[in-house]
Design a protein around this ligand. Structure first.
Ligand SMILES: *Cc1c(COP(=O)(O)O)cnc(C)c1O
Length: 400
């Protein structure tokens, strides 16, 4: 083992779990084993000449916390490596990552083509704030290549999608859409929040940017807000970084430390989440009160084959339609004891949501119906409790 962390070790042969734990390990002057948090807004120089050299970029070094911080950089390096990217810029939240991306890449007169059914705040950001800057927003059906093809305009500059979608777990063919984007001179960004690099690496499928809300599975215990953008050394390492250090939506060192620790257990957590989710999805499929279960790990999922090809796992978001509409869905939610009624996801604790009246409550009833989000739909973010306890909880609630 090296004496100064693992920053300089050749880790090209390491597997995913080892990288998540050991890549870019930070070790400071006290030789602490767990990475240190550097709670400082600025950094000092040994001399005026050194200050000048670091400011001029002739010598590497930290200047100010809005630009770089060692704890934040350790998180960025490790996440970049796990996604197979060259650079990563961490941000204050997932939404700050998306805002940073579009403000860096797009200008007035450009066209942004996005998938239907994006995360609610993402749709709001695009329609109510980005559109105000004279950037056109267009929509395509996530899983329909013809719809993406039809969506291009001569000024299409960026494509943005989430796969699997929330809450219905629809899947986009990332490689095919990346190819289309590049053929039209556009770039593709994929929000990889639901699967994390454990189960999907969009850059390897041809995407140009990966977006994260680290708030979800990367934290994994529902404590901190944060986000990230991963990509190549020019587009992310220089261009996105340039916006971030100027505009200031930067990640705090404490939150970066929580996420860095989160990456250490990400691989085992995601596998355990998925195992619970698979069993619960299968169990739900057998219940007479349940009309339909949406989970890419079920062979009945319309894109099960694509999911198997493109992903290394199916994630832990399971949605299902209960018979009896809103009344039955609300009753079921209220009868659970173990599941937390909250819109957050990616926690050790299983969360339960009624999308039609919460996360998707602000869109029109017609748009909801078109998107397949019915009044009887319930979304679970399956946590890490014992599977038998979760099933017992859902069984009691379903019976009532
Ligand atoms: C939560 C979420 C976001 C936004 O992230 P915040 O950290 O809450 O700002 C973006 N995309 C998806 C898919 C999310 O689930």
């Amino acid at each position: 083992m090296s004496t100064d962390g693992t920053d300089l070790i050749d880790d090209s042969e390491w597997g995913f779990a080892t990288l998540g734990i050991r890549h870019a390990e930070l070790r400071g002057s006290e030789r602490e084993h767990s990475p240190a948090i550097y709670p400082t807004s600025s950094f000092t120089f040994r001399s005026a000449a050194e200050a000048a050299a670091i400011f001029a970029g002739d010598k590497p070094g930290n200047i100010y916390g809005r630009f770089t911080n060692p704890t934040v950089q350790a998180f960025e390096k490790r996440l970049a490596r796990l996604e197979g990217g060259e650079s990563c810029v961490a941000t204050a939240s997932g939404m700050a990552a998306i805002l940073t991306l579009v403000l860096t890449v797009l200008k007035t007169g450009d066209h942004l083509l996005v998938s239907n059914g994006l995360f609610g705040s993402t749709i709001n950001l695009f329609n109510n704030y980005i559109a105000k800057l004279g950037i056109e927003i267009g929509y395509a059906d996530l899983s329909d290549i013809a719809s993406w093809k039809a969506g291009f305009k001569p000024n299409t500059r960026l494509l943005f999608l989430e796969t699997p979608s929330n809450p219905l777990t629809e899947i986009a063919d990332v490689a095919a859409i990346a190819e289309l984007a590049h053929a039209h001179g556009a770039l593709l960004a994929v929000d990889n929040c639901f699967l994390t690099p454990v189960f999907q690496q969009p850059l390897k499928l041809g995407a140009d940017y990966v977006i994260h809300s680290a708030t979800k599975f990367i934290d994994g215990q529902g404590r901190c807000l944060g986000g990230a953008i991963v990509g190549d050394a020019q587009r992310v390492g220089k261009d996105i970084f340039g916006f971030m250090r100027t505009a200031g939506p930067c990640l705090s060192p404490f939150n970066a430390w929580v996420f860095l620790k989160g990456l250490e257990t990400l691989a085992v957590r995601m596998r355990a989440h998925e195992q619970n989710a698979q069993r619960i999805a299968e169990w739900l499929s057998r219940q007479p009160q349940v009309d339909r279960v949406h989970f890419p790990g079920l062979s009945s999922h319309p894109q099960h084959e694509l999911a198997k090809r493109q992903q290394r796992g199916f994630g832990s978001i399971v949605s299902f339609d209960v018979r009896g509409g809103r009344e039955a869905a609300w009753k079921l939610i209220d009868q659970t004891r173990l599941c937390s009624i909250t819109a957050n996801l990616g926690d050790t604790r299983t969360t339960i949501t009624h999308p039609a009246t919460t996360t998707h409550g602000r869109i029109s009833a017609e748009a909801r119906a078109k998107a397949g989000i019915g009044e009887g739909l319930i979304r679970l973010s399956v946590g890490l409790e014992d599977e038998a306890d979760l099933i017992r909880d859902l069984q009691t609630a379903l019976k009532a």
